[in-house]
Design a protein around this ligand. Structure first.
Ligand code: ATP
Length: 220
């Protein structure tokens, strides 16, 4: 077999990755050792196979090395997750993304060369908490431990002014990289662009600076 994506482990996390990729038109090979789980994905994924991925010969016979990106979504069985990742690495899979269950799991995955390690529950918790703490931040994307991109609704606090008038760069050290207006996105808006109250501002900056901006908006 050959293709772009293979997903190993069809629990809630792996299953939703298969669904999303498939509904966006990507070819996906879905793998699980549990027959019932595999049956659920028969008509959905391009191929769905029952296989124990801790067996190197099984992965070889599936031609897993021909897949560009393999997602290991085995969570609870840490040993199976690690062994599967190790075999994928040895077989030369280009990109391996693995779901980690805890910090020790992550440490081992890093050592054996997993390219991306995700903690779905923890990451989503952080995301939701940030949304709860802030009334004006609609969404946020963590770029590093110190930098993020946030989406803020302009509302009457930031509207009817041009970017020069607002001068967020000088006052807060943050930059408006784009403005979402109705169905349009203005990338790198000009300094004289007037902000409308329904605009969504996409702002990049240090977390501490973004936090300062958000607090000011809240207190006004
Ligand atoms: P989630 O939190 O994503 O819902 P889960 O708790 O339902 O996950 P996990 O135990 O994390 O399930 O495992 C996900 C899937 O991985 C299960 O469907 C399980 O059958 C499958 N799995 C476990 N070990 C292997 C293995 N060695 N080879 C293939 N699939 C496996």
């Amino acid at each position: 077999m050959t293709g772009e994506f293979a997903v190993i482990g069809l629990g809630r996390f792996g299953g939703s990755i298969v669904r999303e990729l498939s509904s966006n038109g990507y070819d996906v090979l879905a793998i699980d050792s549990d027959e019932e789980r595999v049956n659920e994905f028969m008509g959905l994924a391009t191929h769905a196979v029952i296989a124990d991925t801790t067996d190197e010969n099984v992965l070889k016979s599936l031609g897993i090395r021909n897949f560009e990106h393999v997602i290991v979504a085995i969570g609870e069985n840490i040993q199976a997750s690690i062994l599967t990742t190790l075999i994928l690495k040895e077989l030369g899979v280009q990109i391996i993304t693995v779901k980690a269950t805890n910090d020790y799991h992550e440490k081992v995955l890093r050592r054996i060369g997993a390219d991306n390690i995700v903690h779905p529950e923890r990451d989503m918790g952080v995301r939701i908490a940030n949304g709860l703490m802030s009334q004006s931040i609609l969404d946020y994307l963590e770029l590093s431990n110190e930098h993020s991109i946030v989406e803020i609704k302009a509302s009457d606090k930031l509207s009817n002014k041009s970017l020069i008038d607002l001068d967020l760069r000088a006052k807060y050290g943050v930059n408006i990289v784009a403005i979402r207006r109705d169905d349009d996105v203005l990338i790198s808006p000009q300094a004289d662009e007037m902000i409308l109250s329904e605009d969504i501002l996409i702002i990049i900056g240090k977390d501490t600076d973004l936090d300062r901006l958000e607090r000011t908006l809240r207190s006004r």
